[in-house]
Design a protein around this ligand. Structure first.
Ligand code: TRP
Length: 591
């Protein structure tokens, strides 16, 4: 069985989330003493609580109100406040009511034996649903519904139909949590954990409980700090990671403070963030913040790597911020089979030259290798690691138990530079981390522990990946292992030209005649996409876009514009890299 969420639903309700939990091999008895106790606790808690202070209730009500409907759970909550008891039907139904009441969430429960593949979708307004009890209900347009084939099984506004309900005979149940309004991962986790706890009260030895993935329909892709594959949907990533989009007011604020608009922001290459608003707010009050970014050395630097660093340099200049640049030389040693610590150290020192070549201010930039600065870092890593459990690491990174313990600990080391500025300044100091979006996962863990350790939560400003030369479908981010998808900073002008002409995926037509007539497609053309990362001049870029689309500019010509752009950049870069050899000691921090 597969459960998906349609693209149309997410376009209409971008914050909607659906969680599925399967309870397999239960016996659906009438009553359970543990559950009865839970019910009494919830009833008395509800009686003491004020419904108008329940923010989740307000959110659900808002959704229902937009359809001119009231929210049935509110009535039930009120009736419990006035002394009514939670019903006792059978345990697999009871835990659903308990959870709905306790966490003010909307749930549905089904007998797995009766369900097939299902899709969460928006209603067209022509559907009808036979409710439990037999009444025909017309579904409202834009309601959220769960479909199976042509049938609507459940509606967000009207609840479940009678076709798939849990009965006394149910052994395997499927529970769905429906959230239309925004909810954080943390809230979801705590609701689901608590629900699983209730299930554990009624399970037997042969029962299993598992969270089941509700997938967004459409292309599949993977983005983790260790693995990026497929055609990445960046909006979906924001939803998956629970980060925020950089919106217009924030863009305006950045511009006002920096005195200029960076094209990475304008073009939404840096497009997401966490707590950037707080950084700007405190900066306006004159509070200084640190920048922090990093590079795990495992080979030569390619153009994809330097995108966040270029932006970091701009931030350093505009916000006059000190930068900590972490080189976790243990990371790729721990995560890959074929690198020794000597190898990664060698790459560290080679890569640092690329970093320095970008023009960071030596007075305000501190670079360190984890193995060389461990004396300063280790105790902080210990403090962080004590707050993060093995099960959190497993679920956050999708690790199985066969991972080495260095991998499990690593995220603590990546958290340390979030704490260091406060240590260095001798007072609580904020940190902004510019990086690619795959790294935010680490900092989500750091954010979970930072405040309890007496630090500010780290802020992040997050970018997309520079696509690989062969196109976005095959290789989401430019993989440094594939010669044909990446351009390295050491690639000489001839190699750059060859790679781009030979490999860059073209949105041009098959023949010149066709291209002149129909025009090219810049949207999928990698050379054009790369120019959005490297051509700063908006007017020039726009002309290229138009000329390419109209057919005036041919694919080969477009590629040559990119070749020249990159070669100009790299030629100058290599000169600066040569000079950096003499500068390196001005930047390094060691024990
Ligand atoms: N994990 C990063 C990598 O794989 C390296 C890194 C360490 C980093 N600290 C960071 C990246 C902070 C961005 C921000 O390259």
């Amino acid at each position: 069985m597969k459960i998906t969420v349609s693209k149309e639903l997410l376009a209409r309700y971008p914050t909607a989330r659906f969680i599925a939990v399967k309870a397999i091999g239960f016996s659906n008895s009438k009553e359970n003493p543990g559950l009865e106790k839970e019910k009494r606790t919830i009833e008395s808690a509800l009686q003491k609580s004020k419904l108008e202070e329940n923010s989740r209730l307000e959110k659900h009500k808002k959704f229902h109100a937009s359809f001119g409907k009231s929210y049935h759970l509110e009535f039930e909550m009120k009736s419990i406040q006035s002394g009514k008891k939670l019903p006792t039907r059978n345990v697999l139904s009871d835990i659903l009511f308990i959870t709905e009441m306790k966490h003010t969430c909307i749930m549905s429960g089904q007998d797995i034996g009766t369900v097939k593949d299902m899709v969460f979708d928006i209603a067209s307004g022509n559907e009808a649903l036979t409710l439990i009890g037999g009444k025909e209900q017309k579904i409202k347009k834009e309601d959220i519904v769960l479909r199976s084939g042509p049938d609507v099984l459940i509606s967000h506004l009207f609840g479940p139909g009678d076709s798939t309900k849990i009965t006394d005979k149910t052994v395997d149940a499927l529970y769905l949590f429906w959230f239309a309004e925004h909810i954080s991962d943390r809230e979801i986790d705590s609701i689901v954990q608590d629900f699983k706890r209730l299930l554990s009260l009624i399970q037997s030895e042969k029962s299993t409980i598992e969270t089941f993935e509700v997938q967004e329909a459409g292309s599949e892709f993977i983005v983790t700090p260790w693995d990026v594959k497929g055609n990445i949907d960046y909006d979906k990533l924001v939803r998956q990671f629970g980060t925020k989009k950089i919106d217009e007011p924030l863009l305006k604020d950045m511009k006002a403070i920096a005195g200029e608009d960076h094209y990475f922001l304008k073009r939404k290459i840096f497009y997401s963030h966490m707590y950037l608003d707080e950084i700007l707010k405190s900066h306006k009050k004159g509070e200084k913040f640190y920048l922090y970014t990093g590079r795990a050395p495992s080979g030569p630097v390619h153009l994809g790597h330097i995108i966040p660093w270029l932006f970091t340099k701009w931030l350093q200049e505009k916000f006059d911020a000190t930068l900590l640049f972490q080189i976790p030389d243990e990371e790729k040693f721990l995560f890959k089979d074929n690198l020794t610590l000597d190898d990664t150290r060698k790459w560290a020192y080679e890569n640092i030259l690329d970093i320095i070549a970008l023009g960071f201010d030596p007075k305000k930039t501190k670079i360190f290798l984890d193995t060389e600065y461990a004396g300063h870092m280790y105790k902080h890593a210990c403090v962080v690691s004590k707050k993060i459990t093995y099960s959190t690491i497993k679920s956050t990174f999708g690790f199985e138990s066969d991972r080495n313990i260095g991998e499990i600990f690593y995220t603590a080391m990546q958290s340390v530079p979030v704490l260091l500025p406060s240590v260095m300044e001798g007072k609580k100091t904020r940190v902004l981390i510019p990086c690619a979006i795959d790294q935010d996962v680490h900092f989500r863990l750091t954010r979970d522990v930072a405040e309890s350790l007496g630090y500010y939560k780290p802020a992040t400003i997050l970018c997309r990946f520079l696509p690989g030369l062969q196109g976005m479908g095959e290789e989401g981010k430019m993989s440094s292992s594939a010669e044909s998808t990446a351009i390295y900073t050491h690639d000489d002008p001839k190699i750059v030209k060859n790679k781009i002409l030979k490999y860059a995926f073209s949105g041009g037509r098959d023949t010149v005649e066709e291209h002149r007539k129909l025009g090219g497609n810049p949207e999928i053309d990698v050379a054009y996409q790369w120019l959005t990362f490297f051509e700063e001049d908006d007017a020039k870029l726009e002309k290229i876009y138009k000329d390419y689309k109209s057919g005036k500019l041919l694919s080969g010509e477009l590629k040559m514009l990119l070749v020249d752009k990159i070669n100009n950049f790299l030629t100058a870069h290599r000169e600066k890299k040569e000079k950096a050899k003499k500068e390196i000691e001005k930047f390094m921090l060691r024990d």
